[in-house]
Design a protein. Structure first.
Lengths: 199, 99
């Protein structure tokens, strides 16, 4: 393994060569970094989920035509052009993986966490999803079906988690706070009404 | 092509390690590696399938031992050399100049 310093130097070398050749402009690099650090992220997906929990007509559109429903809320980005939204219920629990690399719905969730891109998750989500769910502290009833969705370059999956019990009177903004990145990957449930991870 | 990237179902890779409050990028170079790859794609120097294939061609032991954004960096450099945008050895020479 190369040291971090050496990798950083290699990136600087690439950057300086591309700048010198006029193939890259410095502001474009900053713009891309800002996009991923500040504008794309699970807060966008949380808005989508909270809206679906609050507005049945939107939920119908989200499940039947996800890409357009998400754009409706203003979330549009590369790697989100063709979205599939799968709904978790008491009978069916969905989880998302990218066994080949790291495909993820950038428009609604930004960049994936390191564990999602790691070899152990990519390997085991496909062969032992129930074991992976237990590792994340999520207990799924034996009689419930677990479905695994393997993302690819063309299709990006997002889970619509189950709306937690006891949240009937909550506003969309309050509901948003219960929607975590992991719950939209499907490895956990949405937070419970007290804001705790629900088993 | 099957290869080391085709990890679905593989045994023996250990527990899933999670990080609390993970930052988007762990170091400045990670963001730059991603940005330079995106710019290479946007500039039409290579397409996404070629880029992915370049990462999948990284030798298996190296593929598993380097970090995610190192794979992006190596994929980008391999593509730019293959497409004639960079000469082989140009990166190493520049690294020497900068160090």
């Amino acid at each position: 393994m190369t040291s971090d310093d050496e990798v950083a130097l290699r990136v600087r070398a690439l950057e300086s060569l591309l700048l010198e050749k006029g193939l890259v402009e410095a502001p474009a690099i900053d713009e891309i970094i800002d996009l991923f650090e500040n504008r794309l992220g699970p807060q966008n997906g949380a808005r989508v989920v909270a809206r679906a929990w609050s507005d049945p007509a939107f939920k119908d559109r989200l499940l039947s035509n996800p890409t357009d429903a998400i754009v409706e809320l203003g979330f549009e980005a590369v790697q989100g052009e063709d979205m599939v939204v799968v709904e978790n219920t008491a009978a069916v629990h969905n989880i998302v993986v990218c066994t080949l690399c790291s495909c993820f719905p950038w428009a609604t969730m930004g960049l994936p966490p390191v564990w999602y891109k790691s070899a152990p998750y990519r390997a085991r989500a496909a062969s032992d999803p129930r074991g992976v769910l237990v590792e994340f502290g999520t207990n799924i009833a034996a009689e419930a079906e677990v479905r695994v969705w393997d993302s690819n370059a063309e299709l990006r999956y997002m889970v619509l988690p189950e709306r937690p019990a006891g949240t009937d009177g909550m506003s969309e903004d309050e509901l948003m706070a219960l929607v975590t990145r992991d719950s939209m990957i499907g490895v956990t449930r949405a937070l419970d009404v007290g804001g705790e991870v629900a088993p | 092509m099957n290869g080391i990237h085709d990890l679905g179902g593989m045994h023996g890779l250990g527990p899933i390690v999670r990080e609390e409050n993970e930052p988007t990028f762990h170091d400045e170079w990670e963001g730059k590696a991603l940005a330079l790859a995106r710019i290479g794609l946007a500039g039409g120097h290579f397409n996404l399938d070629e880029f992915r294939h370049a990462m999948e061609k990284i030798p298996p032991v190296e593929y598993l031992s380097i970090s995610y954004y190192e794979r992006w960096l190596e994929g980008t450099i391999a593509m730019l050399v293959e497409k004639g945008v960079l000469d082989a050895g140009e990166i190493e020479a520049r690294m020497k100049d900068l160090s």
